[in-house]
Design a protein around this ligand. Structure first.
Ligand code: DCC
Length: 213
């Protein structure tokens, strides 16, 4: 029997793009789960109450039970930067609570990240909850300090809200270490969109004690 000839532009069964993807493992697999969970949260926040809500909830619980069946990671450690990076609630690809914000060096000694925040992060109608903005800034200032060589805890963070930060709009979060004196480090940052600066922050951070770090 002859194989059917695919029409021009149609993928053939032997097309390498149709080969099954290798099963994800490790961090990549958790990131896939986290992305799916993020979508579930976003969908639930938007949903009109479905008639079969109890059934859907039971299915989600069954999925959670199945995931839990694969075990749990060991407790986080101060000296495990990978855990800090993957599991935190701001940039953590493995954390469904994280938008996630993607952060990199800004070329001037600071760091910059972007994210588009949806309805799970809503405070005032159509706008981002102020606590979420503070979370993003706290974390990005912490990353800026770490990038400058200081692993430090927040002692205080002063946040100024200049104008409401809209949902579903790409925002840019910047952070920079501005000074250090002994274990005390000062850093500042902003959240902006094309409309200017919406939120700014300054903070005092204290370097993690050597016996913890
Ligand atoms: C982490 C991995 C990152 C990895 C990178 C990833 C980024 C993660 C960013 C996450 C940031 C967070 O959310 S951290 C979580 C939120 N923050 C916390 O939970 C911190 C809770 N607080 C504490 O653990 C502690 O109070 C510390 C660490 C802040 C300080 O305690 P300590 O280490 O014993 O130091 P201590 O001797 O008290 O203080 C050292 C100096 O700082 C001053 N100082 C201390 N606290 C304050 C304060 N609130 N306001 C003014 N000044 C203060 C002291 O007067 C002293 O000045 P002098 O006498 O020397 O002049």
């Amino acid at each position: 029997m002859t194989e059917p000839v695919p029409a021009e532009g149609e993928a053939s069964p032997a097309d390498p793009h149709l080969a099954p993807e290798p099963a994800p493992t490790g961090a990549e697999g958790i990131a896939q789960l986290a992305a799916a969970a993020r979508r579930v949260v976003d969908t639930v926040v938007h949903a009109d109450p479905p008639a079969d809500a109890a059934l859907l909830a039971a299915k989600l619980h069954a999925i959670a039970d199945e995931i839990a069946g694969s075990g749990r990671i060991s407790p986080p450690r101060w000296d495990n930067p990978e855990h800090n990076r993957d599991h935190n609630p701001v940039t953590g690809a493995a954390n469904p609570l994280a938008p996630p914000l993607t952060v990199s060096a800004d070329g001037t000694g600071g760091v910059v990240g972007t994210a588009t925040l949806g309805f799970p992060y809503q405070g005032p109608p159509g706008h981002v909850h102020g606590g979420i903005s503070a979370l993003l800034l706290d974390h990005v200032l912490g990353i800026a300090n770490a990038a400058a060589g200081h692993r430090a805890m927040t002692a205080w963070l002063r946040v100024s809200y200049h104008r409401p930060l809209p949902l579903l709009t790409e925002c840019t979060v910047r952070g920079k270490r501005v000074s250090s004196e002994g274990r005390k480090i000062r850093a500042t940052g902003t959240i902006s969109t094309g409309h200017g600066t919406h939120v700014s922050a300054e903070g005092l951070f204290v370097a993690v004690r050597p016996d913890l770090a």
